[in-house]
Design a protein around this ligand. Structure first.
Ligand code: ZN
Ligand code: ZN
Length: 412
């Protein structure tokens, strides 16, 4: 038996989004409605009722973790999501290549994103060549898209209780990292970051990429700003707990990161992006292909949330229709529904009328041979409120895998 979880980010909506209807209610979704007719619906509070979820905390809850226990910040998952090796206890930072100018012995930030440079990968080696061995710490750096990247510190006696070196404004010096806790580990980590800032500038200022950029009038990426220190939590992979092989099909780094933390292998899907341009057919084909090697596939589609944040109810409705046609159309054409359990839901509600995540519950659809159908005819918030699954909190992955009879028994 195979399991598929499809999360449409920020799927849920409010009746105020489209003059009495949500985007999901308004959208024509024959494929998802067909699944609703075969399966059962319910309303899910991703974390618990009344908690307004972030995408990271809600995904932890969906995978069965308690985010109040394990969540330390998004930095660790971002680092995992761009393919870095991150172990429990490592300290992770999000980074920006930035442009600084030496003035009066200080490094003044003039562009926090170095003109959104495209040469981050070419600068990566110079950063990784910085020597911090005198400080007794190992580190690795990886550039991701444009000016973005992540830094991971590993060693004894480190702490995430340190302030950012990113000043979050221009015309001021690179910030000095400071200890945010009265501990030797925090003070030591702040010292390491300040040494790293100075050495990164030395390693980058005359780099051929930056010389070339200066010659063509572009701002050089001659500094690296750090923010969002987070310690990687020790998580038991769900794949280990349930004894399954799992894969992830996603575009956004954060979701790939949570999936890796949960023990899933992140598949490379050309065309899959974390926005409305993502290739939904390619994501469906990758999901089908993964079913021959894996027991469980987690699919994350981000664009619904983007349209919600933009306050664009029409874009969200159109994208839901595209998901139904392109993703589910392709997926269902290749799927034997007697051999798979499928869950479709969101990680929170992002009503275009609110433009932000809200605490409202999200519709969830379960379908598969072990699932008793209810009377719902359509996949929507309204139908889900009358669905046979009632209202529950998070834990979609444990529920889905349990329907497939994976996992241990608790008790005798
Ligand atoms: Zn989200
Ligand atoms: Zn969002």
């Amino acid at each position: 038996m195979k399991a598929i979880l499809v999360i449409l980010d920020g799927l849920g909506g409010r009746p105020t989004d489209l003059d009495g209807a949500t985007c999901l209610e308004r959208a024509a979704t024959p494929n998802m409605d067909g699944l609703a007719q075969r399966g059962a619906l319910g309303l899910m509070d991703p974390i618990r009722p009344g908690v307004r979820p972030g995408s990271d905390t809600s995904h932890l809850a969906i995978f069965g973790y308690d985010p109040f226990q394990v969540y330390t910040g998004r930095g660790a998952f971002e680092a995992l999501g761009i393919g870095m090796e991150v172990r429990g206890g490592d300290i992770c930072f999000r980074t920006n290549f930035a442009t600084v100018e030496e003035r009066g012995g200080e490094l003044i930030v003039v562009d926090r994103r170095a003109g959104r440079l495209a040469e981050g990968k070419e600068l990566e080696g110079a950063v990784n060549g910085i020597d911090l061995s005198d400080l007794g710490v190992e580190f690795s750096f990886r550039a991701s898209t444009e000016h973005r990247g992540a830094l991971v510190l590993r060693g004894e006696n480190l702490s995430a209780a340190v302030s950012d070196t990113d000043p979050h404004e221009t015309g001021v010096p690179i910030a000095q990292a400071k200890a945010l806790a009265d501990s030797q580990a925090a003070r030591r980590t702040a010292e390491i970051l300040n040494a790293f800032s100075r050495r990164a500038y030395q390693a980058l200022k005359e780099h051929p990429v930056n010389r070339r950029r200066r010659e063509s009038g572009k701002p050089p990426g001659n500094a690296l700003l750090l923010r969002g220190a987070a310690v990687m939590p020790h998580l038991r992979p769900v794949t280990e707990e349930y004894g399954v092989r799992g894969a992830c099909v996603a575009g956004g780094a954060l979701y790939k990161g949570v999936a890796r933390a949960a023990g899933l292998e992140v598949l490379d899907v050309p065309g899959a992006t974390g926005d409305l341009r993502t290739d939904l057919c390619a994501m469906a084909k990758a999901t089908l292909a993964a079913l021959s090697d894996y027991d469980f596939v987690f699919v994350h589609i981000k664009g619904t949330d983007n349209a919600g944040h933009d306050g664009d109810a029409q874009a969200k409705t159109d994208f839901i229709e595209r998901i139904d046609r392109e993703f589910f159309g392709t997926l269902l054409a290749g799927l034997d529904l007697t051999q798979v359990h499928l869950v479709v839901s969101g990680d929170h509600t992002t009503p275009p009328a609110a433009g932000e995540h809200t605490a409202d519950p999200v519709p969830a659809l379960f379908v598969g041979p072990a699932i008793r159908p209810d009377k719902c005819q359509k996949f929507s918030e309204r139908a889900a409120g009358e669905g046979g699954l009632g209202r529950f909190s998070g834990r979609l992955v444990p529920q889905l895998l349990a329907y497939c009879d994976f996992g241990p028994k608790f008790g005798a």
